[in-house]
Structures are given as structure tokens and as C-alpha cells.
Design a protein. Structure first.
Length: 245
């Protein structure tokens, strides 16, 4: 907590400045303002946070305050102050840690600038480039995710197509069994798939899935494939068996 006599001393010293000067806490709360700031900024003495006096977001203001707290010499940042009658004042704000106070505090001086100021122009350009970079990065991420999904879907369709062709060309039930052994594992993502027309002996490491008419699909896998994948494959096998049994 800063003693009132320290804040009064700040006001007396900064009364000589024609520009607004603010004393800001580490949480961006305005602790004191010089007379120029009081005349220029409405509500500056009402305990408002610095973000309530500018157009920039609270995150941007907090970022500036954190940077200034780490620096012992005045460092510029562009902020737009809210003056009386809704006036927006583009300012170059010089902030640095107030080392004469025992608690983390920032002393900030705002200098009004014109739209053609090189500092503001450069800052706006950098901000625009940063926004564009962020948009492109997100678009690249989304594109990579979509490409991966499309590749996986196409690969599954190719494996499913191979199973369909093999089942269609199988002339007998034994041919269906061979087609399942050769192609069903790839379509389901299993290590091994076997089709039994009679009930197979139970094996602890395998999963048994009934396949009408009176057949069993034995999957060697740690877990069942996704239900929609298993349903599509068993439907194809059931149709092939029904046509040949």
C-alpha cells in the first residue's frame, strides 16, 4: 500500500508537466494523476483502471504495464486516451517502473501525437502484420487438420473398396472367408480378422462379433473398431454370406 504523502509528492512534482502523467499499480489501477491528466481525462481520479481510460483492450494495457514494470527507463507504447466530449487522443506513452516507491508501480507520461507520427505508423504496421501472421498460422493449422482428416477418410475408403471388390468376386462361402482374411483387417484397423461359419473356440485375446447368417467374425485387436466402421464391414460380409450360403 502506498502512503498518501507519497501520492501527494507525486502530484506536486508532476504538476510541472504539461502532459498527463499517471502513477499506475501493477494491476493497472490508476493510483494518482497530475493536474494535466485531471483536466484532460474524465474519471481519472475515480479509481478507474488504466484500461478504462483508453481504447485499447485490457489485455493490451496489462501487457504494457508488465513490460514497463521490468524496465527502469521510459519506454514508449501507443495508447489512445479518452478525453472529454468523447475525444480520442492518440498518445505515445512513456512508462517505466517508479523505483522511488517500495511496491511495483509504473510512472507513465502521455505525449499526444499526430496521425503521421512515424512511431504510430510503425506500431500500426507491426500490429497489422502480427494479426495477419496469426490468421495465416490458424488457417495453416486448420488446413493441416482438414488434410489429415481427408487423407484418413480416403485411405479408409480405398481399403473398404478393396474389401467390397474381394467379396463381390468371391464365388463361394470359402471365397468370402479368404476375402475377409485378406482385406477386412485393413478396413477395420485390426491386426487380424477371421470369419468362421461355425462357433470358433474362445480365445482371450480376441473379440468375437456375430455375423448373420450363423457366422462369427473374430477380431484380433486391443479394442473394437469404431461402431460405424464395424457395422459397415459386417453388413458387407453378411450380404456376401447370404448370397452364397
Amino acid at each position: 500500500m502506498i502512503r498518501e504523502d507519497k501520492l501527494a509528492l507525486f502530484r506536486r512534482i508532476t504538476a510541472l508537466f504539461t502532459e498527463p502523467v499517471l502513477l499506475v499499480a501493477a494491476d493497472a489501477e490508476v493510483l494518482a494523476a497530475n493536474p494535466s491528466a485531471v483536466r484532460l481525462l474524465p474519471g481519472v481520479e475515480d479509481g478507474k483502471p488504466l484500461s478504462g481510460l483508453v481504447s485499447e483492450s485490457a489485455d493490451d494495457v496489462d501487457r504494457c504495464v508488465r513490460q514497463w514494470l521490468r524496465i527502469g527507463h521510459p519506454t514508449p507504447a501507443g495508447l489512445t486516451l479518452h478525453g472529454f466530449d468523447g475525444m480520442r487522443l492518440r498518445c505515445r506513452c512513456f512508462g517505466a517502473r517508479a523505483q522511488w516507491l517500495p511496491v511495483p508501480t509504473v510512472q507513465m507520461r502521455a505525449v499526444r501525437i499526430d496521425p503521421g507520427d512515424r512511431f504510430v505508423t510503425l506500431k500500426d504496421r507491426v500490429s497489422a502484420l502480427e494479426r495477419e501472421r496469426t490468421i495465416r498460422f490458424r488457417a495453416t493449422e486448420d488446413r493441416n487438420v482438414l488434410t489429415t482428416s481427408l487423407t484418413a477418410a480416403q485411405s479408409r475408403l480405398d481399403r473398404l473398396h478393396a474389401l467390397i471388390v474381394a467379396l463381390a468376386t468371391a464365388g463361394t462361402a470359402d471365397g468370402v472367408i479368404r476375402a475377409v482374411a485378406e482385406h477386412a483387417a485393413a478396413a477395420l484397423g485390426c491386426a487380424e480378422v477371421e470369419l468362421h461359419l461355425t462357433e470358433p473356440a474362445p480365445v482371450p485375446t480376441r473379440l468375437h462379433v456375430p455375423v448373420p447368417p450363423h457366422a462369427t467374425l473374430v477380431l484380433t485387436a486391443r479394442q473394437l473398431p469404431p461402431p460405424e466402421h464395424l457395422e459397415s464391414v459386417t453388413t458387407l460380409i453378411s450380404g456376401a454370406l447370404t448370397a452364397r450360403c
